[in-house]
Design a protein around this ligand. Structure first.
Ligand SMILES: [Zn+2]
Ligand SMILES: [Zn+2]
Length: 567
């Protein structure tokens, strides 16, 4: 009988794929440190270890794998590493749920240990999915951002940028989520349409409209347009703030829209970004009415301690009682919310750490990179163009890379560790000695931690072997594959950090992939119930079916809708 006749009638994909997985040797995928071949280093995205490898990830990894295999066949020395971007709020919340605690119930180090344990378990689950999908990953170049080997580099990069003046500490208005109890960056603010109420009330004889009466205690000025004749008589005067009674100046500013509300606006510290702008421009006083937990501060008088929403209702009721509330109307507004928990953000003036943004530097490097598809470059350009504030990198959380500095409690001097002491947590490790300025030993470690983008924005420096000093010989990498949803974060921050730390672009090319949408055409999300897991597809149809679907799927940069029949 001819051998061909031995072929089974049906293709048993699970048996065949299992056999091939055993045949492929992991070492064949390793990048060779010593090699004459041209190199091809891929800055693979490090997923957040939720425990489930998302279909969108699977789709992107198919592409990366096609490229890696193709390049190997062409004779390139390919690095297809795999990282895990571990830190962040979702894991903290999960740990609180699992253990029935809040983060302040246990010592910081204990809480971090619980987060690490959960994360390592999740990584193991996701690794096995990656293996099952047959991706030719170079596991000798795996990295885990929460482990000392990696966050040591994050801390070194922090100190380098502190020394070179890119990083500074300052009291400045920042976006703050009172539910997550942390500052967040502009890239993390999601603007959502919401219907709010515009309240017209009598402000010492002038009609003013506001959606945030709870900020009355934080009112520092009233502004009108210089050409608005209705308000000629109050120019240069001071007005008395209703209910609270403090006096504020009337200022003139071209940015006031005479058509909106009554044409007179109250400036509070801070209702929105425009308030920040006016506050700086006119050198106004700072009045902080809402604290980090979203409660009213003592300057709110009898409303102190109330949640800001309760305070709004109480003030409106008091306005009615005093007969100064004239009318109300609904208003469609785009409200800035926390991208993780959708709580409306507050703008607060806080002592925080910032990275200086130098737009020209970033754009010069971005222009040297090949953008594929080309129009994605415009997204970067638009984002950089409208950048007004520096990047706020400090967070008031726990499961994150510690900021490695101490402060002298006697004179305020900042004490920086020697790089050889890293990695360290300054709330655990004592400083190298007494304060060099005043000799005091009353020294405390910085409790703020770093934004997780500070970890992932050096992924390319990490895989190319950056040691904190010299630019690695295999830098820049050849390719950054990523989704278009993180251009303003991961791509932007990586270029910024690469320029600041090496003076060079991070990669030669960036390949921007589309997102995988659910069968209903919407982005996959738990709330829509339209999530499909790669494991589901693989157990039903096999890994090859999934890979072929991705290959046939979409042009780069476009979204792709998941439809079972396509598999
Ligand atoms: Zn939040
Ligand atoms: Zn001192």
């Amino acid at each position: 009988m001819a051998p061909a006749m031995d072929l089974p009638k049906t293709y048993d994909f699970s048996e065949v794929e299992r056999r091939w997985q055993e045949t492929w040797r992991e070492e064949d995928n390793y990048f060779q440190d010593e090699s004459d071949k041209p190199r091809f280093v891929i800055d693979t995205p490090p997923p957040y270890p939720t425990g489930n490898f998302h279909i969108g990830n699977a789709f992107n990894w198919c592409y990366i794998d096609f490229i890696a295999r193709y390049k190997r066949m062409l004779g390139y020395n390919v690095m297809f590493p795999q990282g895990w971007d571990c830190h962040g709020l979702p894991t903290e919340v999960k740990v609180e749920e699992i253990h029935g605690i809040t983060k302040n119930d246990v010592p910081r180090e204990e809480f971090r240990r619980m987060c690490r344990e959960l994360t390592l378990g999740n990584i193991e689950k996701m690794r096995s999915t990656l293996r099952r999908l047959g991706f030719s990953i170079d596991w000798s170049h795996e990295y885990i951002t929460m482990l000392p080997g990696y966050f040591q580099k994050t801390q070194v990069s922090f100190l380098k940028m502190l020394q070179s003046g890119y990083i500074y500490q300052s009291e400045h208005p920042v976006n703050f989520c009172t539910r997550c109890e942390t500052a967040i960056a502009f890239a993390e603010v999601a603007y959502e349409p919401r219907t709010t109420t515009l309240n017209y009330f009598d402000f010492d004889g002038v009609e003013i409209a506001t959606t945030r009466p709870e900020l009355l205690a934080a009112c520092v000025a009233v502004a009108v347009h210089p050409d608005d004749d209705r308000y000629r008589s109050i120019r240069g005067r001071h007005l008395k703030v209703p209910i609270f009674g403090h006096s504020v100046p009337v200022i003139l500013d071209e940015a006031v829209d005479p058509e909106f509300g009554s044409g007179a606006v109250m400036i509070c510290t801070f209702g929105d970004k425009q308030d920040v702008h006016w506050w700086k421009q006119h050198d106004l006083e700072l009045r902080k009415a809402i604290d980090r937990n979203g409660r009213m501060t003592p300057i709110a008088g009898k409303y102190a301690g109330m949640k800001s929403g309760e305070c709004r209702e109480a003030i409106l009721a008091d306005m009615k009682r005093e007969d100064i509330l004239r009318s109300t109307e609904p208003l469609e507004q785009r409200v800035g919310t926390c991208w993780r928990c959708t709580t409306p953000i507050e703008i607060m003036s806080e002592r925080q750490w910032f990275v200086r943004i130098v737009p020209e530097e970033i754009m010069d490097a971005a222009r040297e990179i090949r953008w594929n598809p080309e129009h994605m470059f415009l997204r970067m350009e638009n984002w950089v163009d409208q950048m007004e504030w520096d990047w706020c990198i400090s967070r008031q959380r726990i499961f994150a890379t510690p900021i490695p500095v101490w402060f002298c409690q006697a004179c305020g001097r900042m004490i920086v560790p020697d790089e050889s002491m890293l990695p360290l947590d300054p709330t655990v490790t004592p400083p190298p000695g007494p304060c060099p300025d005043c000799g005091s030993t009353d020294i405390s470690g910085e409790e703020d931690v770093l934004d997780t983008w500070m970890d992932s924005s050096i992924s390319v420096l990490n895989i190319t072997g950056w040691n904190g000093e010299d630019t690695p010989t295999i830098f820049p990498a050849q390719l950054r594959p990523q989704g278009h949803d993180i251009i303003r974060t991961w791509a932007f921050y990586t270029i910024l950090r690469s320029v600041a730390l090496t003076g060079q672009k991070p990669w030669e090319e960036i390949l921007v992939n589309g997102m995988v949408l659910g069968e209903d055409g919407f982005k996959m999300s738990k709330s829509r119930g339209n999530i499909i897991s790669p494991e589901e597809i693989v157990s039903e149809h096999g890994a090859d079916a999934l890979r072929q679907w991705a290959a046939a799927g979409a042009a780069t940069g476009s979204d792709i809708m998941f439809i079972w029949n396509d598999v």
